[in-house]
Design a protein. Structure first.
Length: 579
C-alpha cells in the first residue's frame, strides 16, 4: 500500500509515495534561488577552509602516464561517428590519451601571485568534485598493469595511484560478459568541494559535473575508436565497493567520496548485447583485495550542510534491472550536422577538447548563422532509435527527459525571442500542454525537418535572460542562452528518487556537447548554475512539478580577460620523460 507523505515546506500540495521522494522534492524546493533570496550558503568564501583541488592517496604506488602528441587524434567531426575511427589497442599510450582527453588538466591560469589549474571537464566554480578511477586487467606487454588493478586518476601529475591489486581469475570473472580488452572507468563525487562555496545548492552542481564528466570520457573514448557505456544497473553500494570509497579505514579524516557510476570501455564498436551490471561474486572478491593508500583531507574544517547528506542518502541508487544494452547498429546524428560538417571537419578533436573554456564575458554583438545554430542543436538531440545513437548519447540508456528553452539573441536569419528544442520529438503534445497557451510553435526558416526546434514568441529577451540567470551579463550578451527543462515529476515518480541525479547528469552531458560545439565554430560557452528557478518556469508557463529547469547555458564571442596569464597544463620537465 502506498504510504502517503504530505508536502513539506515549499513543495506545494504534492503527495509522496515514500520518504526518499519527499526528501528529494524538499531539497529541490529549498535550494531554488528566488528573487526574494538565494539558496542557503555561507555567503562569503572562507579561504581558510578552501578545499585542496586534488585528492591523493598517500602510500599508493604512482604509475606515471604518457603524454600524447598533439596531432595524434582524429578530426573533431569524426568522433560523432566513432565507428569510422580505427580502434587503438589498449596500451599505456592509449589509456594515457583517454585520460589526457577527459579528466586531465587543460591549463594553469595566473594573476599576480595566484595560480589555479583548469581541467578538460568543466566544473561549477572550478571546484572539481568529480574523481576518476580505472579498473584494468593485465596487459600483454606489462607496460601499465602486470596484474589487474583499481587505480585513482591523479590529474595534477597525470598519473594513476594504485589502490588495489587482485588476481587475473577475479578479473576474468568480472569481465566475462564483455568483449576482450574491455576495461572499466569509475566516477565519484566529493560534495564538500562544491558545498564549501555554494552551500546547500552544491549537491545539484556536483551532479552537473558528473554529467559533464560522462560526456568527457565518452568523447575521449570515441577519439580512440572505442565504445563506452555506463553500467546502469549497478547499485551505488556496488560502485563504492569497486572504487574502494566505502573503505572507512582509508578515509578516516578525509572528506568522503560518493559513488556515481562505473562505465564499461570496449576497445571497438560494441557488436554484442551486453549486461549493464557486474558479477556480484567478483565485486566481493575485489572488495577483499589488497588495498593501499589513505585519502588526503581536503580542508582543515568542514561545514556539515545537513540537507546535502539527506538528499544524497535519499537518492542512493539501488540495484536495477534494465536488462541488456543492445549493440549499436550505426552511429548517426541529425541531418543538420551534414549542413555544416565540411567547414569543421578539419579541426582536430584533441584541439577542440583541450581548448574548451568557459567564457567570462561576451562581446554583445557577434552573430552566428541559423545553419550553425541548427548544427549545434542537432548535436544534443539523440536519435529516436537507441540502435542509432551517436556519442555521447550511446553512453547511457536513460530515456531523453530534458528539453531546451532558448532565449535567442543574435542568430542572423532568425527573429530574436523564445524558442524550444524538444530533444525527443515524440514529446511534442506533452510539453506543449504544459506550457502557456499563447506560444506560436512555428518551425523556424530553413530548419531541418528532423530537428524539433520551434519558434515560440518574438521579442528582445536579453534583459529577461540576464534577470533569470542571476543577473549575469553572459546570459544576455551572447548569441543565445537557454534553460534545460527536465520532465521532473514523472521521471522521479516512474524510476524512484535516485533518478533525480540522472536528470542532472543528462543536463551536464548536454552542457559538454554545447561547450565543444561552440569551440568548433570559433565561439565559446559557459554553463550557468546560478538562475532563479521559478521565474524561469513562469516565462514559459510551466506550473507545478511536471517540468523543472535544472541548468542554464550560454554561448557567444568571448572577450578575454587580459590580466590573466595562461600557462601549459603540464611542465616540459614533467613531460620530457613521459613520451
Ligand atoms: C555546472 C556548472 C555551473 C556553472 N555556473 C556558472 C555560473 O553561474 N556563472 C559563471 O560565470 N560560470 C559558471 N560556470 C563556469 C565555471 O565557473 C567554469 O567551468 C570553471 O570556472 C572552470 O573553468 P573552465 O570551464 O574554463 O575550465 C559553471 C560551470 C558548470 C560546469
Amino acid at each position: 500500500m502506498l504510504r502517503k507523505l504530505f508536502s513539506q515546506l515549499g513543495t506545494g500540495s504534492r503527495e509522496f509515495s515514500n520518504r526518499d521522494q519527499s526528501t528529494v522534492f524538499h531539497y529541490h524546493s529549498v535550494t531554488k534561488h528566488r528573487f526574494e533570496g538565494y539558496a542557503r550558503s555561507l555567503g562569503y568564501l572562507d579561504w581558510e577552509t578552501q578545499p585542496d583541488p586534488f585528492r591523493r592517496f598517500y602510500g599508493a604506488e604512482l604509475l606515471p602516464l604518457k603524454f600524447m602528441h598533439p596531432d595524434d587524434a582524429p578530426p573533431y567531426s569524426a568522433i560523432f561517428g566513432y565507428s569510422q575511427i580505427l580502434p587503438e589497442k589498449v596500451s599505456i599510450n592509449s589509456v594515457s590519451k583517454f585520460f589526457e582527453l577527459s579528466l586531465a588538466l587543460s591549463a594553469w591560469k595566473e594573476i599576480y601571485s595566484t595560480r589555479w589549474s583548469l581541467r578538460i571537464n568543466p566544473s561549477s566554480g572550478n571546484l572539481h568534485p568529480t574523481e576518476g578511477y580505472l579498473l584494468i586487467g593485465s596487459m600483454e606487454d606489462g607496460s601499465l598493469a602486470r596484474s589487474p588493478k583499481v587505480c585513482h586518476y591523479q590529474p595534477s601529475v597525470h598519473a594513476l595511484e594504485v589502490r588495489a591489486e587482485f588476481s587475473e581469475q577475479v578479473w576474468q570473472e568480472l569481465m566475462k560478459p564483455f568483449p576482450e580488452g574491455s576495461f572499466l572507468v569509475g566516477l565519484s563525487s566529493i560534495h564538500w568541494r562544491e558545498a564549501w562555496k555554494y552551500g546547500e545548492r552544491a549537491f545539484r552542481y556536483c551532479q552537473h559535473d558528473t554529467g559533464h564528466a560522462i560526456a568527457a570520457i565518452r568523447f575521449a573514448a570515441a577519439t580512440l575508436g572505442w565504445s563506452l557505456v555506463v553500467l546502469e544497473d549497478l547499485s551505488d553500494d556496488e560502485v563504492a565497493a569497486l572504487l574502494g570509497i566505502s573503505r572507512s579505514a582509508d578515509f578516516k579524516d578525509a572528506e568522503p567520496e560518493h559513488p556515481d557510476l562505473i562505465a564499461l570501455v570496449v576497445p571497438k564498436k560494441i557488436d554484442i548485447d551486453i549486461p549493464l551490471s557486474l558479477s556480484k561474486e567478483a565485486i566481493l572478491d575485489i572488495e577483499k583485495a589488497n588495498w593501499q593508500g589513505k585519502a588526503n583531507r581536503l580542508s582543515p574544517e568542514n561545514i556539515d550542510w545537513e540537507i546535502i547528506g539527506q538528499v544524497a542518502e535519499a537518492c542512493r541508487k539501488p540495484k536495477t534491472d534494465s536488462g541488456l544494452r543492445s549493440a549499436v547498429v550505426d552511429s548517426r546524428r541529425l541531418s543538420a550536422l551534414d549542413l555544416a560538417l565540411a567547414s569543421n571537419s578539419q579541426l582536430s578533436s584533441s584541439q577542440i577538447i583541450k581548448q574548451r573554456r568557459s567564457a567570462v564575458n561576451f562581446d554583445a554583438m557577434t552573430e552566428i548563422s541559423a545553419k550553425d545554430l541548427y548544427r549545434i542543436l542537432s548535436a544534443v538531440v539523440p536519435a529516436e532509435s537507441k540502435s542509432e545513437l551517436a556519442p555521447p548519447w550511446d553512453a547511457v540508456v536513460w530515456p531523453t527527459s530534458v528539453h531546451l528553452c532558448l532565449f535567442v539573441h543574435r542568430i542572423v536569419e532568425l527573429l530574436p525571442g523564445l524558442y524550444i528544442l524538444l530533444r525527443d520529438s515524440r514529446k511534442l503534445d506533452q510539453v506543449k500542454a504544459a506550457m502557456r497557451p499563447d506560444l506560436l510553435w512555428q518551425k523556424p526558416p530553413e530548419c531541418p525537418e528532423d530537428l524539433p526546434l520551434y519558434f515560440l514568441m518574438e521579442g528582445n529577451c536579453q534583459q529577461l535572460a540576464k534577470q533569470v540567470s542571476c543577473w549575469q551579463d553572459i546570459a544576455a550578451d551572447g548569441v543565445f542562452s537557454l534553460g534545460m527543462v527536465a520532465e521532473f515529476e514523472d521521471s522521479i515518480d516512474k524510476y524512484g528518487s535516485w533518478y533525480y541525479r540522472r536528470l542532472f547528469w543528462e543536463t551536464g552531458m548536454i552542457g559538454q556537447v554545447l561547450y565543444l560545439e561552440a569551440e568548433a565554430i570559433g565561439i565559446r560557452s559557459t554553463g550557468i548554475g546560478c538562475f532563479f528557478d521559478d521565474p524561469v518556469h513562469e516565462i514559459f508557463g510551466f506550473e507545478g512539478w511536471k517540468f523543472q529547469s535544472l541548468y542554464h547555458f550560454t554561448m557567444g564571442k568571448p572577450v578575454e580577460d587580459t590580466r590573466l596569464t595562461t600557462l601549459p597544463a603540464y611542465s616540459e620537465e614533467l613531460k620530457r620523460n613521459r613520451v
